[in-house]
Design a protein around this ligand. Structure first.
Ligand code: ADP
Length: 257
């Protein structure tokens, strides 16, 4: 039973299920806030597999993924990290924004992502064979860099790739309504605003407005905030710090609310 609300955008649910049944890792590309994490959570429920999410950053070490020796009053003991838990017990290990992690951290994934499906743990001398329900999922934002570049061909050619983008207008409208409880008219306006902002080619906007930000605006509006102010505090201010860009965005919102 799936309780997490996820509205599918294309054939991603079927592809993910196929990858899971074939024991293949999945690579998800897409801008931030477009539904990747929500998708993985809902797939975890659908497949009845626990999801271990790790948000990657440049300080993430291999030990943060695999585990480390800890000390308590009885001495030292080994504690599995999220990756090892998923490998040992079965589950989805989801590495969000994998591009942010250093190469010496992600090198531990190679033997899990390719045909071997094993995890060597140097510190304990273990070689763990992955549980049949173990699944590796990584996501990244293609706007920044190509994650596949640093991978061996034997590894990268094992991934099933899913490309995410902001949902189509009618799907995004439905998501906004469902997530916030806002009425259809306001949701439509927010979708229209997003469409216009996403068409701006101004490079001062590092990334276009995400579905997440639209949901935030809608929630503020439902909470009684004036729609224009709600858009200012959720959409506009988070997209740029440049005065000129902010002015363009303010005007754009003013045309709708
Ligand atoms: P990402 O992981 O891509 O950064 P999230 O999965 O956290 O983005 O999505 C951000 C928010 O957008 C979610 O919390 C949810 O409110 C909404 N959302 C985006 N896409 C969908 C979708 N297809 N179904 C349901 N909610 C969605």
């Amino acid at each position: 039973m799936s309780n997490t609300y996820y509205l599918s955008q294309s054939n991603e649910v079927e592809l993910f299920q196929a990858a899971a049944s074939m024991n293949l890792p999945v690579l998800i590309k897409g801008p931030t806030g477009c539904g990747k994490t929500r998708f993985i959570e809902s797939m975890g429920e659908k497949l009845d597999r626990k999801v271990y999410t790790v948000v990657c950053h440049d300080d993430l070490s291999a030990a943060d993924l695999i585990g480390r020796h800890l000390i308590n009053e009885h001495g030292t003991f080994w504690q599995d990290g999220p990756l090892t838990k998923a490998v040992r017990e079965g589950g989805i290990c989801y590495l969000d924004e994998i591009i942010e992690a250093r190469k010496d951290t992600t090198v531990v994934l190679h033997s899990l992502a390719d045909y071997r499906r094993v995890l060597p743990i140097d510190r304990t001398g273990e070689l763990i064979e992955a549980h049949p329900d173990f699944m590796l999922v990584v996501s990244y934002n293609p706007g920044y860099q190509n994650v596949l570049k640093g991978m061996k061909p034997s590894t990268k050619q094992r991934f099933i790739s899913l490309s995410f983008d902001y949902p189509k207008p009618e799907i995004e409208k439905e998501i906004i309504i469902k997530e916030s409880g806002v009425n259809a008219e306001v949701a439509q306006k927010l979708v229209n605003i997003a469409g216009e902002i996403r068409q701006l080619t101004d490079s001062d906007i590092e990334e276009a407005v995400s579905t997440r930000l639209l949901v935030y605006s809608a929630k503020l509006i439902v909470n009684g905030f004036d729609p224009y102010q709600a858009c200012m505090h959720s959409i506009v201010e988070s997209l740029s710090d440049e005065d000129e860009v902010l002015e363009v965005l303010r005007k754009l919102i003013g045309l709708h609310f």
